[in-house]
Design a protein around this ligand. Sequence first.
Ligand SMILES: Cc1cc2nc3c(=O)[nH]c(=O)nc-3n(C[C@H](O)[C@H](O)[C@H](O)COP(=O)(O)OP(=O)(O)OC[C@H]3O[C@@H](n4cnc5c(N)ncnc54)[C@H](O)[C@@H]3O)c2cc1C
Length: 571
Amino acid sequence: MSAGTARPTAREVRRHKWWGWGQDDVAFRHDNKPAFAPLARDKISLDLATSVPDPDPDLSLLEVPPSGLPEAVREQLASAVGEDNLLLEDEFRVLHSFGRSLPDLVRVRAGGYERLVDAVVYPASEDEIEAVLRIVLDHDLVLIPYGGGSCISGSVTPDPAERRPVITLNMGRLDRVVDIDETAGLARVEAGVYGPDLEEQLQERGWTMGHFPDSFTYSTLGGWAATRSSGMQSDKYGDIEDIVRGLRVVHPRGVISTKAIPGRDSGPSLHELLLGSEGRLGIISECTVQVHRVASVRQVIAYMYPDWEHGIRGMHAIARSEVSPTFTRLSDGPETEFSLAMVKEPTSTKGKVAAKVQDTLFAYLRSKGWQTQGEMCISYVCFEGTKEHVEREKSIVKKIVSRNGGITLGSGPGAIYDQKKFDTPYLRDFLMSHQVFGDVCDTGATWSRINEIHSRVYDAFHAQRREVGKPGFMFCHMSHSYHAGACLYFTFAIPYESEETALEEYYGAKRRVQQAFVDHGSTVSHHHAVGTEHQPWIEEDITSLGADVIRGVFAQNDPGRNLNPGKIVSP
Ligand SMILES: Cc1cc2nc3c(=O)[nH]c(=O)nc-3n(C[C@H](O)[C@H](O)[C@H](O)COP(=O)(O)OP(=O)(O)OC[C@H]3O[C@@H](n4cnc5c(N)ncnc54)[C@H](O)[C@@H]3O)c2cc1C
């Protein structure tokens, strides 16, 4: 991984289980979380005492159409990247044909595949990427760049109607930090590196990039740049568009390089156009990114507010104050209830004492008129820096929270949040095995409309559930604070009736939520890309003229529609 070590072979590159999230041997379990089953029964009528989970899917039981890659092309690709780095096996083609959205998971498990990619190619250098792209253009094939395949926007999936052979370009062998300019605080990094490997290489030398999306363990730098990703620490480190200062992109007519300069005026921003282009303008081979010295002290402190409105006032006041936390996050009442249901049964004496203290605190809050179930809102704020800096910022935030009706809980719950932050994606697979969909929708909202959007989205979701006469549980948190607003991140869980109607049932709820976003002046997505999933709202988001401008850029740069066609705007 570092300059001296050998690159991983294609088969060694990190990958998800073909049918779900993450590692094969990791799964969500609820037996050690006593409040989880009662919540599931109450909110979505799921009785975990009687519900029998589906067994893990078995690929050998599904029919997988053969690769349609012509032999002559196969030989050329193998000579470009080496035989071992060109994979045509069923499991690899199935895995690379889907991202990790809920519809992806339904389709990948169901089989009956309409269209799979025909080959997966693993280049190990920019020259090899160029060679593969040349073959793709010469033979009029389709090429889909692939990072970790964690997108939830349909962005790595071939168009079912595509008749040309489709090649997935897996970037995972390009996994190195090339160098760090310690004076500028800029690192040149190959685009296929996964989050944990990137941070390991940087932190070995005392640096961090500070980008931690929830999908961190299974997503890559190039994927983040190509989807305009946002990590949970964006308040301090910025979104990926703030972090990536320079790019190298293999384009159909050569290599584009944008200089890694902190500020520039080169007319309209080409750099910005390449960010978020989802593989339609070329393959990002390398990014130059801002890096920071790892802070000597890091603390996550938890706070509690009586309700959402008080919490939002507190969050807004923090955003407007002189403090600069690493992240600020506010769970609404239902999400707080969910978080409390995810707490493990204490086994140690320390844990049992903490649980007693919590019970006593909640009883006290109830005596003060707080509704501790479904209304009070937990918040986390992360502080980094020197001890003095952290202490000073904590004391300012404590006062702001108190002025806005909240209380400080301390670092105990904050530390638990920090340790468990990458575990929740496994819950979705668990729920699916019990015929329940759990999914997320995110949006960017201004401070002036954030409460309105919060309640309108709930109204839209619950109206839809009433119309279909089925239960549904929704919760939300606010994260990624900016000067003018923040991100609202909604999670919902709905039981579904049958495999046949599953996607229809899912889209019934999801579309209502997305429509509520655009109807009430917020964005179609804050950081979950466009792909095909969010495309139906793109014109409402950026106007149809705006979408036409983007369409023109793609058509001019990729007239043969060889690069991930159909994503963001169609055709
Ligand atoms: C459980 C879960 C949690 C998530 N949490 C977050 C979150 O907190 N924040 C967030 O921003 N997103 C989140 N996502 C969405 C997803 O992780 C992001 O969109 C991520 O940036 C995708 O990175 P990837 O490497 O997996 O890219 P992929 O999914 O492999 O690809 C995504 C798109 O980028 C293109 N692409 C990938 N690599 C390159 C490259 N080198 N050059 C050109 N194009 C390329 C692909 O063609 C595709 O169009 C989450 C997803 C899941 C399933």
